[in-house]
Design a protein around this ligand. Structure first.
Ligand code: ATP
Length: 519
């Protein structure tokens, strides 16, 4: 007993000495030269590590690789916000994913305690420079956020074998439950900031588009094929692993304006419960930026490049390669922003090969569970390499409104599934090319009175369709006349050219004869 008492006395003195040092340290620091202070700090750290019965695990935001936020860090963040909220002193409140329920979570820099199978654990968030960064030449990397988990050494096995896997699983489940889906857009690179969480590469707002496959006007069989494909993709993680492919899928949506390409993307995102990254390619300076943007996207997301033909001049390369310089500018709108497609990558532009790598290069396999969608009004303008199967796995044509699609709109907008005017409308829709956007516009009851009156809306639609039909016929006539006139002019020009050539030939022959006679 006496020996035990002496040992306790000895440790008591050590702990009380250390406690005094910790207490006086802030005052002493100001009177100690910097070099000595750093040395003492490191020494104190080593002593604490040596003698303390507590162990510490660090989970940093970017793990070992500096490009992508660590999944484990994100899971810890979600777990702490949710599981430890009751014990935290500083909380934050926000509206949940449905924007109705209040959600209370742990404030960002709050220390929290947790208990797991009777073991106490302490979590310390930090985004201050670590000690290493004080003497490092590269402070930026160390200023990123981290969590320290502190626990008694007798719980080592429990923490490593059971607690941390529990945190990971719970954190992931919380993330899925609380996910407020987001619509991201890329920032110009001069606004990127390595010190900010997520680097400020993407900005986001809550994604709240109401479109879904029930409200999308489209042929029902085509619609069913798309939803089946999406569902198969979502559930095919193991399949992609087994065939050695990155878990991603490319969709090309093409068709005239107002046929529902953007609406389809929103319906897909709602169907899959994914985020949407709307990538504005003209704001991306080069291939490196493009890669960085991809790496900063998360799984369960749709990455969209709308109107890809307007961002990248994809036809010119092939035509230039065949020596047809004139053809390269045919049909192009010179006012549109275009990014060069020359394969030479001098770091000042996004090239076609950069875009191909974005879709299926090595970096594109980071993370998985992503859908890439390109939209275009002019499929024929795109380089075949860009849209070949394997890159853009599914090509979906968004076409003009036919009767099946109209029925969906009539049901959504007017609540009508059958009507005596449907026959006439079917006939007109077969004869006229109008977009679902135009049809929808005509079914929108702009006054309360009209809302109650589908007859008036449908009659208005018939009127608009007849007008569109007449306009189309007039345009076709005009075009035919213009084509005939052009043909006539061309024939006349050819005739004139032939006559001139003949006259010149005759004049030359005459000159030659006169020359001979004189000579
Ligand atoms: N297939 C459709 N089903 C339901 N609504 C549609 C459909 N197509 C168009 N609309 C309606 O028309 C509006 C415009 O459609 P949307 O923006 O999706 O067309 P888009 O093909 O993306 O056009 P653009 O090529 O000009 O970008 C939508 O807000 C929607 O209300």
């Amino acid at each position: 007993m006496a020996v035990a008492g002496m040992v306790l006395d000895k440790w008591g003195a050590v702990w009380s000495g250390l406690a005094s040092l910790v207490f006086l340290w802030p005052m002493l620091q100001n009177h100690i030269p910097t070099g000595l202070r750093q040395w003492l700090t490191i020494l104190a750290d080593k002593l604490t590590t040596l003698f303390s019965p507590y162990l510490q695990i660090t989970i940093s935001e970017y793990g070992d690789h500096r490009f992508r936020r660590s999944d484990f860090f994100l899971a810890v963040e979600a777990y702490l916000s949710h599981a430890c909220a009751r014990r935290a002193r500083r909380l934050k409140a926000d509206l949940g994913r449905d924007a109705k329920n209040l959600q209370v979570s742990v404030d960002d820099h709050q220390e929290v305690t947790d208990d797991f199978r009777d073991a106490m654990l302490w979590w310390y968030p930090s985004n201050k420079p670590t000690r290493a960064s004080v003497i490092s030449f590269y402070p930026a990397d160390d200023e990123r956020r981290l969590y320290r988990l502190v626990f008694h050494r007798r719980h080592r096995d429990l923490v490593l074998d059971e607690y941390l896997p529990h945190v990971l699983a719970e954190g992931r489940a919380v993330t899925v439950r609380n996910r407020q889906r987001r619509l991201f857009t890329n920032n110009a690179s001069n606004n990127w900031n390595p010190y900010r969480s997520g680097n400020g590469i993407w900005s986001h707002v809550p994604f709240e588009h109401p479109a879904n496959f029930d409200t999308l006007a489209m042929d029902p069989d085509k619609k069913a094929a798309i939803t089946d494909d999406l569902m198969a993709f979502k559930e095919s993680k193991d399949y992609y692993v087994s065939v050695g492919k990155a878990w991603k899928r490319g969709y090309l949506l093409y068709g005239p304006p107002g046929t529902g390409k953007s609406t389809m993307i929103a319906a897909m995102a709602n169907f899959l419960d994914y985020d949407v990254y709307d990538l504005e390619l003209t704001a991306v300076k080069n291939n490196t930026e493009l890669r960085k943007l991809y790496i900063e996207t998360t799984g369960k997301s749709i990455i969209v490049i709308e109107d890809i033909d307007c961002s990248v001049d994809l036809t010119s390369k092939r035509k230039k390669a065949s020596g047809d310089k004139k053809a390269s500018s045919e049909g192009e709108d010179d006012n549109k922003p275009k990014l060069p497609t020359e394969e030479k990558d001098d770091g000042t532009k996004v090239t076609l090969s950069g875009l191909l790598n974005f879709i299926d290069g090595l970096w594109s396999a980071c993370g998985g569970e992503r859908i890439i969608i390109f939209t275009t009004n002019h499929k024929e303008k795109l380089d075949p390499a860009l849209i070949r199967r394997g890159r853009m796995d599914v090509h979906i044509e968004m076409s003009y409104c036919r009767f099946e699609a109209f029925k969906v709109l009539a049901k959504n907008y007017l609540g009508v599934e059958k009507h005596e005017l449907f026959g006439e409308i079917r006939q007109l829709l077969e004869e006229t090319d109008v977009s679902p956007a135009d049809v929808a516009e005509n079914l929108m009851p702009m006054s309360k009175k009209k809302k109650k009156d589908p007859d008036a809306c449908l009659a208005g639609l018939i009127e608009a369709l007849n007008k569109a039909k007449e306009e189309a016929a007039a345009k076709a006539k005009e075009e035919a006349e213009a084509a005939a006139k052009a043909k006539e002019e061309e024939a006349e020009a050819k005739q004139k050219e032939a006559a001139e050539a003949k006259a010149k030939e005759a004049a030359d022959a005459k000159e030659e004869d006169e020359g001979k006679a004189n000579g």
